[in-house]
Design a protein around this ligand. Structure first.
Ligand SMILES: Cc1ncc(C[n+]2csc(CCOP(=O)(O)OP(=O)(O)O)c2C)c(N)n1
Ligand code: SF4
Ligand SMILES: [Mg+2]
Length: 284
């Protein structure tokens, strides 16, 4: 093969991927590949140094991303991505630390870490893949499963109220909050770029088809049908109060950028605090 042909067969994002880990585990029609490539495009377009990025994931189909990207990455224990990421950011403040994980990982077992990292405004970019279920373990319901939706553990429909993740993140203190589906590739990529450049806690919810764990039991259809379903039902409402960002089962999926505010980040308040303490002790 000539050098020219070889170059043309490479995808521009290949350099960010650990090809030796492929084939990946994701099912046909899963939205995770689009979510991951949106993140990689964002990194590429910002021209960030791959050596200055770390990706941290918990366990789940979404959590596999940490193993597939060619950055420093941690595939941590279920629910603990944010504590690992917080430690990493404190040890290496110059790095961009991205948490890429699932709705179950971040909002169920890891829910407490999510709210406290948002409260502290820890300098992290959270990409939370919401597929409305625990995909990896067989499609059980979780805290984002919509009312009425069927899963393997709610065969007659879910009767628990789900979290509105964007409202949760915003009210806990996040300085950047957005929600997109994987079909909003342009908006999603732009949001990830903004979040990567933001000081403090950024939270992006990504609605992603899981044709196996969610599309099938709810008769939405295979991957393509589930994508069409999300595309047709979503409506962009930038700037609205996240508590009004509806996300209903058969109804509207409100997407957009909801929060983009300035507030001193955890690293800044920590540095200011120690500077003050050291200054006071020095003076005495
Ligand atoms: C401490 C612990 N509890 C439970 C599990 C089993 N487990 C693995 S992944 C997962 C849920 C994954 O759901 P989510 O985070 O939404 O990711 P998805 O697979 O949907 O992308 C669970 C319960 C585990 N690995 N460790
Ligand atoms: S189970 Fe769902 S989330 Fe997991 S790879 Fe398959 S389609 Fe994707
Ligand atoms: Mg999930």
């Amino acid at each position: 093969m000539s050098a020219v042909t070889e170059v043309k067969t490479r995808h521009p994002l290949d350099r960010y991927i650990r090809e030796e880990r492929f084939p990946h585990i994701w099912c046909p029609g899963c939205g995770l590949g689009i979510a991951m490539s949106s993140f990689l495009y964002a990194v590429d377009e910002l021209d960030l140094d791959p050596k200055e990025i770390a990706v941290v994931s918990g366990i789940g189909c979404s959590g596999r991303v940490a193993g597939y990207v060619r950055f420093d990455s941690y595939h941590t224990t279920h629910g603990r991505a944010i504590p690992f990421a917080t430690g990493l950011k404190l040890a290496k403040p110059h790095m961009k630390v991205v948490v890429f994980s699932g709705d179950g990982d971040l909002a169920s077992i890891g829910g407490n870490h999510l709210i406290h990292a948002a409260r502290r405004n820890v300098d992290l970019t959270i990409i939370c893949i919401n597929n409305f279920n625990y995909g990896m373990t067989g499609g059980q319901f979780g805290p984002t499963t919509p009312l009425g939706a069927k899963t393997t553990t709610t065969p007659y429909g879910n009767f628990e109220h789900p979290f509105n993740l964007v409202y949760l993140a915003a009210s806990a203190g996040a300085v950047y909050v957005a929600r997109w589906t994987v079909l909003h590739t342009y908006h999603l990529r732009q949001s990830i770029k903004e979040a990567l450049l933001k000081d403090g806690f950024s939270f992006i919810e990504v609605i992603s088809p899981c044709p196996i764990g969610f599309g099938r039991p709810n008769k939405i259809g295979e991957g393509l049908e589930e994508m069409k379903f999300y595309r047709e039902n979503s409506v962009i409402r930038n700037g609205i109060d996240p508590k009004d960002a509806e996300l209903s089962f058969r109804g509207k999926i409100v997407v957009g950028k909801f929060v983009d505010i300035e507030k001193p980040s955890y690293l800044k308040t920590l540095r200011d605090f120690y500077d003050r303490i050291l200054g006071e002790n020095h003076g005495s």
